[in-house]
Design a protein around this ligand. Structure first.
Ligand SMILES: C[S@@+](CC[C@H](N)C(=O)[O-])C[C@H]1O[C@@H](n2cnc3c(N)ncnc32)[C@H](O)[C@@H]1O
Length: 270
């Protein structure tokens, strides 16, 4: 219920400013759609690319304009984008992220993947670490991901050295509580966040994030409260819990499937 109302709230906020932000959003949706086309085996799509693309983007924008109920909108967009194309794209994204985070995790670490999502990133890094436990409030793991998993935070215990949080904090309805909890249990946090910057307005970032998390994972019940912050704001929040940034990598808009500004931040306990 909490998730449903948070998502409806975000949806209403995106829709309220939609006319103003629609022209800025268009090229970002184009990037997402082109990435799905690139991975498509569907000859029809590649033959009629320009016409098909334009119609598809117009249809997606029309869902934003005309669908009041957030959940209905998520399923409509999901149908427009096409399941088989999405799965392939998600697998590629997970491979890239695994490459990005592995050098930052000591191989002897007992890892907690906080907000593991479909678990594909964890599946890819499992042999590079001592152990890995998956945790998420939503369960939409890929069937081949057979790593230990729970949806109950209280079952997790304290036996972890490192937590990975890949695009998670801006999804937590009470992120202050989650940060307070995790910083008491590990010495290192390997974080990738979709950060706010001076280029992309909040409404556009929220719409892209919604398209990826709700449009591409419509049945997954992922919370999208839109708690985006700048890098400096995340650093200040973590400093209050005794953590400082050890290393940082600015990837920019590195994943066309979810064209947000991604930054890796490794936080160490001081
Ligand atoms: C963008 S997805 C990222 C999933 C995965 N880390 C990845 O990169 O593939 C964000 C995830 O955070 C999870 N999440 C949101 N709030 C959470 C919370 N309070 N505790 C744990 N997970 C949460 C969502 O359910 C979702 O699976």
């Amino acid at each position: 219920m909490l998730i449903k109302s948070a998502n409806q709230h975000l949806w209403a906020r995106i829709r309220a400013g939609f006319n103003q932000y629609k022209p800025i959003l268009y090229p970002y949706i184009l990037l997402m759609v082109r990435e799905l086309e690139r991975l498509s085996d569907d000859a029809q799509n590649t033959r009629n690319t320009v016409v098909h693309r334009r119609q598809l983007i117009e249809s997606i924008l029309s869902v934003f304009e005309h669908t009041i109920d957030e959940q209905t909108a998520a399923f409509r967009v999901n149908k427009l984008l096409g399941h088989h194309r999405i799965d392939k794209a998600l697998t590629q994204r997970a491979c890239l992220i695994a490459e990005q985070i592995t050098p930052h995790i000591p191989p002897t670490s007992r890892v907690l993947s906080f907000g593991c999502g479909d678990g594909q990133v964890d599946w890819n890094i499992q042999n590079q670490v001592a152990s890995i436990q998956l945790y998420d409030v939503a369960d939409y793991r890929q069937p081949h991901v057979t790593l230990p998993f729970t949806t109950e935070r209280k079952r997790l215990g304290n036996d972890f050295d490192v937590a990975t949080l890949i695009a998670v904090w801006h999804h937590c309805i009470d992120y202050q509580d989650e940060i307070s909890w995790i910083t008491k249990r590990v010495d290192q946090l390997v974080v990738i966040e979709s950060v706010l910057d001076d280029i992309m307005p909040w409404e556009v970032q929220a719409a892209i994030d919604w398209l990826y998390n709700r449009g591409m994972h419509a049945g997954a019940n992922i919370p999208v409260p839109g708690h985006f912050h700048t890098v400096q704001e995340w650093e200040a929040i973590l400093a209050k819990h005794g953590f400082a940034v050890g290393s940082q990598e600015d990837y920019g808009i590195d994943i066309p499937l979810v064209p947000e500004h991604h930054v890796l931040m490794v936080f160490n306990k001081q």
